[in-house]
Design a protein around this ligand. Structure first.
Ligand code: FES
Ligand SMILES: [Fe+2]
Length: 463
C-alpha cells in the first residue's frame, strides 16, 4: 500500500513541521528489534527559515575570494589520517585554495602543522600535495635555509650575510593541530574554538564508532565541475533519490529519511536501506525487497521469508557473516541499521562521515576555483582483530570526465550512483548560471542541511 506524497501538508502545521507520510526512520530502526547505539534514535530537526538562496553564492568570484579568506583560513579541516604519518619525520602537505600546510610528526606523540613557505624568499619547503617519510629536518630547496622538526632554525647558508636575522624570530610559523578519530585536523586561525567544541555531538556519537580503529582501505580523488558548495549539497539530501537514482526506490527509504541539525557545524541524515521508498504506491513485499537488495539467494528456493524475519533482518545477517569473514572482525553485535543504512554526518566546511559498516566512507571537498572542486572518497574499514594494521591505501586520481567505475575494487553499484550524482553537477552549474529567477527554493525539511551550511558560511563571512 502506498502513501500519497502529493497531498498538501496540513495547513495547521507551522512551516517546517510537515513530514513525509509513512513510517519514520526512527520507527523503522526501532522495529528492527535489536540494540542500536542511542545516537541513532536521536532526532534533532530545526526549522531554519524558507528564504530563497541566490545562485550568485555559487558563481560570484568576489564571494569565492571572501570564502577563501574568511572561511577556509578559519575552520577546522582534516589534513590526513594519523596512519599516514606513523613515524617521526613523516609528513603530508595539505593544500586548500592558496594555503599550504606541512603536517608532520615531530615526536612519537606530537604532530605539528607548519606554513609551507620559506621565511627567506617564500619557496614552498615541500611540494604541494606531497607526502613522505622520515624527514630529519625541513630544508628549503632554493638556498638551503633549514629548520629542525620542532620548527626552530637550524642553518642559514652564508650566515655572515644575514647579521640582521634574529634566530628567535625565525621559527617556522605554526598552525593549530587537533586530533580526533584517527584524523589530524588543522586550523589556521589562532583564535578558533577548540576542535572538540567545534565537532559538537561528534565525539559523543562516534564513541560508538571509533574511527581511530579503522584504516584507509581505498582512497579516490576526483575533480568535480561545480562550486564546492553545490557539490557538497548534492550529498546532503536524499530528496534526489527518486529522480536521480530511481533504480533504488525498492530498497531505499528516501522521502522519509531523517534530517538532523545538531549545531552550527554538524548535521546528519539517516536513510534506511532495505525499506522501500514511500513514493511507491504499490509497496513491494518483503521477498521482493530482499531480491532487490541482492539477497534473493537467502530465500533458499522458498517464496516466503522465514517467520519473524524481514528483508532487513535477513540481509543484515548475511552482511554480518560476509563482512566478518572478509574484514577479520566480529560484527555479531552490530545492529541492522549500522549494517545497512546510509548514516551520514557532515562537519562544516567539508567533511562527511559514514559510520556504518557496509559503506564506511569519508568525503572531503576542497575548492579549486569558483566553478570546480576536489572530492575525495575514502573507505575506512575496521582494522582486523588478529592482524597488523594494514598500511593506508594510495590515492587514486580521477580526472573530471572519468567514471568511478574505472577504479579497481570500487563497488560497481556505488560507482554508478556517484557517476549519476556528479554528472548532475554539469547541468546544475549551467542551469544556475542561466537562471532568470536567480535563486534556489529549498524544501523546509529535506533540504534543511543545505540551509544550515549557508547560515554557517554567513557567520564566517560576516564576522
Ligand atoms: S627561498 Fe628558501 S632558502 Fe631561499
Ligand atoms: Fe545521490
Amino acid at each position: 500500500m502506498g502513501y500519497d506524497l502529493t497531498k498538501p501538508s496540513d495547513p495547521a502545521l507551522a512551516p517546517g513541521e510537515a513530514r513525509c507520510p509513512g513510517p519514520s526512520t526512527r520507527d523503522i530502526i526501532a522495529s528492527d528489534g535489536d540494540q542500536v547505539p542511542p545516537p541513532l534514535l536521536e532526532e534533532s530537526y530545526q526549522f531554519l527559515g524558507d528564504a530563497d538562496i541566490a545562485f550568485n553564492r555559487y558563481t560570484s568570484e568576489d564571494l569565492y575570494d571572501r570564502e577563501i579568506r574568511r572561511v577556509w583560513s578559519r575552520t577546522w579541516q582534516w589534513a590526513c589520517r594519523e596512519e599516514h604519518i606513523p613515524n617521526v619525520g613523516d609528513y603530508v602537505v595539505y593544500d586548500v585554495g592558496p594555503y599550504s600546510i606541512i603536517v608532520i610528526r615531530v615526536a612519537q606523540h606530537e604532530i605539528k602543522g607548519y606554513v609551507n613557505s620559506c621565511l627567506h624568499r617564500g619557496m614552498q619547503l615541500c611540494d604541494a600535495g606531497s607526502q613522505g617519510q622520515g624527514k630529519q629536518f625541513l630544508r628549503c630547496p632554493f638556498h638551503g635555509f633549514t629548520w629542525h622538526l620542532d620548527g626552530t632554525l637550524k642553518e642559514v647558508p652564508c650566515r655572515w650575510d644575514f647579521p640582521h636575522l634574529n634566530e628567535d624570530e625565525f621559527n617556522l610559523p605554526e598552525v593549530r593541530v587537533g586530533l580526533w578519530g584517527g584524523f589530524v585536523f588543522i586550523n589556521m586561525d589562532p583564535d578558533a574554538q577548540d576542535l572538540m567544541d567545534y565537532l559538537e555531538v561528534l565525539p559523543n556519537h562516534f564513541a560508538h564508532w571509533p574511527l581511530q580503529e579503522r584504516f584507509v582501505a581505498m582512497h579516490v580523488e576526483k575533480v568535480l565541475p561545480a562550486n564546492w558548495k553545490m557539490a557538497i549539497e548534492a550529498f546532503l539530501e536524499a530528496y534526489h533519490v527518486l529522480a536521480t537514482h530511481s533504480e533504488a526506490v525498492k530498497t531505499v527509504g528516501d522521502a522519509n529519511a531523517q534530517y538532523d541539525i545538531f549545531g552550527e557545524n554538524v548535521t546528519r541524515f539517516v536513510h534506511t536501506i532495505g525499506y522501500p521508498s514511500p513514493h511507491l504506491r504499490d509497496q513491494p513485499s518483503q521477498e521482493e525487497q530482499l531480491q532487490a537488495l541482492g539477497g534473493g539467494h537467502l530465500l533458499e528456493g522458498s517464496d516466503k521469508l522465514p517467520p519473524g524475519e524481514t528483508a532487513r533482518s535477513l540481509f543484515a545477517a548475511f552482511q554480518r557473516r560476509e563482512f566478518s569473514k572478509e574484514l577479520g572482525v566480529d560484527l555479531s553485535g552490530v545492529s541492522t541499521s549500522e549494517m545497512l543504512d546510509s548514516i551520514e554526518y557532515f562537519v562544516f566546511p567539508n567533511m562527511f562521515l559514514f559510520p556504518g559498516i557496509t559503506i564506511p566512507m569519508i568525503y572531503r571537498f576542497r575548492p579549486i576555483d569558483v566553478d570546480h572542486c576536489i572530492h575525495e572518497i575514502l573507505f575506512l574499514h575496521p582494522v582486523p582483530e588478529n592482524g597488523p594494521r594494514p598500511p593506508p591505501a594510495q590515492k587514486v586520481r580521477l580526472e573530471i570526465e572519468d567514471s568511478y567505475s574505472t577504479v579497481e575494487g570500487f563497488n560497481p553499484g556505488l560507482a554508478y550512483v556517484f557517476d549519476q550524482d556528479t554528472d548532475n553537477l554539469y547541468r546544475q552549474r549551467a542551469g544556475a548560471k542561466a537562471s532568470v529567477k536567480g535563486a534556489q527554493t529549498l524544501g523546509n525539511y529535506q533540504e534543511a542541511r543545505i540551509r544550515r551550511l549557508h547560515m554557517t558560511l554567513d557567520n564566517y563571512l560576516n564576522t
